[in-house]
Write a protein that binds this ligand. Structure first.
Ligand code: AMP
Ligand code: MG
Length: 320
């Protein structure tokens, strides 16, 4: 029997309860500035395994560990000079650093999926920060959605996908950034951009100089040129749409969407990429309706946050 999941407004009492649940090995979903996370005690193998089970993740890919500040992060990862510069520039915020894992790090081996590196992030969202302080331990948290689906940017998205699989959902309203964190790997000889995200490549390069982008990405390291289906709604997704059919939904961008769609939502009528990022996942969900043939998506410029938006859209459109 699957009990319903409780959703509570993220007030101090709910945050304290969520912290106690995490300390007791339970899973809690919470808002961050990127998307909602499905959190568990990063030092507890069983809690980390429960995250994989709740998401239905087919394989143990490594998870991002969330910490309240740089000092806490430095207990688990080796900060190179480049890591220190990126942390100073973008933490707290939507940036994840993959660093050599300290041998003495008190983290589940499962969060690193057996690698000798660890992915660390200090989030900016006040609820996430308060929860990390209340839990008093590092929190492993992937996006709070079933594996392969569209990431959640509101508490009701979490409940729709994970009801009965999470002890509590803290409702902190819609996520401001709306895209996952940018991941920079600093565990090798040169920095590598593993995943485009809420901090743009241009912003990273302003701090580090030119950065190589991984051929694959964090989710498909061994399959260059091949997109893994991810972030996928139920309906097929068609990219680069300049016209649209009556039995298609249109995910528009900019001031002049083509006429004739069966349903339309506009990521940003003004053509603003930050607004588009914040709307992306909620609008993909809202257009994912029965009775339509697919979701047509207008072109989004491949610059700034557009890199991360197009990365997610290409995966949403990839063969299933
Ligand atoms: P998610 O938790 O769903 O936002 O995904 C986390 C991403 O971080 C995945 O794409 C992982 O492959 C990547 N990641 C986490 N830890 C590591 C690591 N140690 N090395 C490389 N990639 C990592
Ligand atoms: Mg995810």
């Amino acid at each position: 029997v699957s009990e319903d999941t409780r959703i509570l407004p993220a007030d101090p009492a709910a945050i304290a309860e969520a912290g106690a649940l995490l300390a007791g090995g339970r899973l809690v979903a919470f808002p961050t500035e990127t998307v909602y996370g499905l959190g568990g005690d990063a030092g507890d193998d069983r809690a980390v395994a429960a995250i994989f089970a709740a998401k239905g993740r087919p394989q143990f890919n490594p998870l991002i560990v969330h910490l309240p500040d740089v000092a806490a992060a430095a207990a688990h990862g080796v900060f190179t000079p480049e890591a220190e510069r990126l942390a100073a520039a973008f933490w707290p915020g939507p940036l994840t650093l993959v660093l050599p894992r300290r041998p003495e790090a008190r983290l589940s081996l499962l969060v690193s999926a057996g690698l000798d590196s660890v992915a660390l992030r200090v989030p900016a969202h006040p609820v996430a920060r308060a929860l990390l302080r209340a839990a008093g331990r590092p929190v492993a948290a992937p996006s709070a959605n079933p594996s392969g689906g569209v990431s959640p940017t509101r508490a009701d998205h979490v409940a729709a996908g994970l009801s009965g699989r999470v002890a509590l959902v803290l409702d902190g309203g819609p996520c401001a950034v709306g895209l996952e964190s940018t991941i920079v790997d600093l565990s090798g000889p040169r920095p590598v951009l593993l995943r485009p995200g809420g901090v743009t490549r241009e912003q990273i390069e302003a701090v580090l100089g030119p950065v190589e982008a991984s051929q694959g990405s964090a989710e498909r390291p061994n399959a260059p040129g091949q997109l893994t289906s991810h972030y996928a709604p139920g309906l097929p997704v068609r990219l680069g749409a300049l016209s649209v059919a009556a039995d298609e939904a249109l995910l528009a961008f900019g001031p002049t969407p083509p006429p004739g769609a069966g349903a339309v939502l506009n990521l940003s009528p003004a053509g603003d990429l930050a607004e588009a990022a914040a709307n992306l996942f909620a609008m993909l969900r809202a257009l994912d309706r029965p009775g339509l043939r697919g979701i047509a998506v207008m072109p989004v410029p491949e610059a700034g946050l557009g890199l991360a938006i197009n990365d997610r859209l290409r995966r949403a459109a990839a063969p299933r």
